[in-house]
Design a protein around this ligand. Structure first.
Ligand code: BTN
Length: 254
């Protein structure tokens, strides 16, 4: 709390020692009317959730497992912009403590080629109105390399496993929230995510590279060209340029 410089994001933090999933709890609280900016943090998740129905390993005291409740007055189609804001906020916080990571569009942060943070955005919306949106952020901070399940240790890592020492979870958490509020204000005040996109571009691990795009229709290869002001990934395949909207595909660098 001593590092927090926000007006409303994280001014109310609901802290749990152990919980199934901070996203589940945040959605529940949001449905009951919790205010925008309310944050749910847990020391441990027993049923941490990832994208595409996957789980998220969340050992006690070793990471940042948190969810932010938001009520943006934007088109539900633009919800993925909040994910880009989250990625930029986490990347900037890591950069501030000297951790040199990359952003893998649309919502992963990678360190030495392995995933160190994942973001899961979920919302409740009707037609063209968002009722609430929950952005769940999981950062593997002080997990020892031996503690990373071996089924995933070729794709997942922690800050500690890469830099060799413990880092201050409280400081990083506050920095993420400080950055998040700044970037999110830009969206709700001006309808822009310019600052976040600049960071997502600068820190992108995909741009300029041949990538593999995995959809439910199968795999394709293309070149990642740019990230647009709206947060879409521009790709080029056989000379044709196409825009990908976050959420509908998953991308893997090769
Ligand atoms: C992914 O990369 O698949 C997304 C992982 C998101 C994990 C975080 S941890 C805090 C929040 N609560 C959850 O159950 N999931 C998100």
């Amino acid at each position: 709390a001593e590092y927090l410089e926000t007006d409303y994001i994280g001014r109310k933090i609901i802290h749990f020692d152990s919980i199934d999933s901070t996203n589940i709890k945040a959605k529940q609280l949001a449905a009951e009317g919790a205010k925008e900016g309310t944050v749910v943090i847990a020391e441990e998740q027993t049923m941490g959730r990832g994208r595409l129905g996957r789980g998220w390993v969340s050992p006690k005291g070793k990471g940042i497992w948190m969810s932010i409740i938001l009520r943006p007055n934007i088109d539900p189609i633009d919800a993925s912009k909040v994910t880009q804001i989250g990625a930029a906020a986490v990347w900037s916080a890591l950069s501030k403590v000297g951790v040199d990571a990359y952003i893998k569009w649309p919502n992963d942060i990678v360190l030495n080629g392995k995933k160190v943070c994942g973001i899961l955005t979920e919302m409740s919306a009707e037609l063209n109105r968002i009722n609430y949106l929950v952005i769940g952020i999981g950062v593997n901070v002080n997990i020892n390399s031996q503690e990373i399940p071996k089924e995933i240790n070729n794709i997942a890592t922690s800050i500690k496993a890469e830099v060799g020492h413990d880092v201050d979870r409280k400081f990083i958490t506050a920095e993420i929230l400080n950055n998040f509020e700044r970037f999110y204000n830009e969206l709700i005040k001006y309808g822009s995510i310019k600052t976040s996109i600049e960071i997502c571009r600068k820190a992108s691990i995909l741009l300029g590279r041949e990538i593999k795009i995995i959809t439910n229709k199968g795999e394709r290869r293309a070149k990642a060209i740019d990230i647009t002001e709206q947060g879409e990934l521009l790709i080029e395949e056989n000379g044709k340029i196409e825009k990908l909207i976050s959420g509908e595909i998953s991308v893997r660098g090769i």
